[in-house]
Design a protein around this ligand. Structure first.
Ligand code: SAH
Length: 229
């Protein structure tokens, strides 16, 4: 997968994506990135990319002409994403959808956001990583990319390992245990030591349902509705 990132802080990349599984995948060419500095497209020698909001108010807004020039030069089709708290929430289903793309272009903004016109003209898709506000789109883009890259073929050693993960079947994951079998007077549930595969699978499924119902009533409702269909 090829990733193009438009940012005023290209030095932030690859950041933590350069370590561990995502870093190994980068070294192996399973994904590559180019961080384009939006300031290179500014019209003045100071590299100004922002200006005051039309209609007044706090903060600065990224100018459509500067970002537009950057997009004109380096965006040649494919999925165009803009990180924004106003976007569609990033879900594991969306992550799978994006992991199937050959090429992604991601706009990372700072300040109060971006002039709406440039997003309309280039048909950018707003994506949010959650209902809270960060200082910049770069952090959000890295989290989204981390989730995408681990799904690329061959990145996780064992392709089984995400089949039973949280969100994959609409449920949170069951509790996990390892050795020792007893620690601080607490035993690993007997069923997990029984060697009985069907019983283990049934226990895990039940635990997934219990934990989802308790912690995420929103997911639980959707899960029940999907079972009825
Ligand atoms: N004024 C904006 C917030 C700007 S935060 C608003 O109220 O909607 C500055 C930048 O950080 C945003 O433009 C966006 O690129 C990024 N950002 C902040 N929170 C984010 C989130 N939850 N998901 C994705 N990007 C986010």
């Amino acid at each position: 997968m090829k990733v193009k990132i438009l940012t005023i802080f290209p030095e932030l990349f690859p950041g933590f994506l350069g370590t561990s599984l995502t870093g190994k995948a980068l070294d192996e060419g399973k994904w590559s990135y180019e961080a384009v500095n939006i300031r290179d497209y500014a019209f003045d020698k100071h590299g100004s990319v922002d200006d005051t909001p039309a209609g007044g108010g706090a903060g600065m807004i990224m100018r459509p002409d500067v970002l537009g020039a950057a997009l004109q030069d380096c965006y040649h089709g494919g999925r165009l994403l803009n990180m924004s708290p106003r976007g569609a929430p990033l879900t594991q289903a969306k992550v799978h959808e994006l992991a199937a793309e050959q090429e992604l272009t991601i706009i990372c903004s700072r300040f109060e956001g971006i002039d709406e016109r440039v997003l309309e003209v280039f048909g950018a898709e707003d994506i949010s990583i959650g209902d809270y506000v960060l200082t910049g789109g770069e952090q959000a883009a890295m989290i989204m990319l981390d989730a995408i890259i681990r799904l690329l073929p061959g990145v996780l050693g064992n392709d089984e390992s995400f089949v039973s993960e949280s969100f994959e079947d609409g449920l949170l994951e069951y509790p996990q245990y390892t050795k020792p079998a007893e620690w601080q007077g607490r035993r690993v549930p007997d069923v997990l030591l029984s060697g009985h595969h069907q019983k283990i699978a049934d226990w895990r499924h039940l635990q997934s349902e219990i934990v989802t119902e308790q912690r995420r009533p929103d997911l639980w409702k959707k899960y029940l509705a999907s079972k009825k269909i």
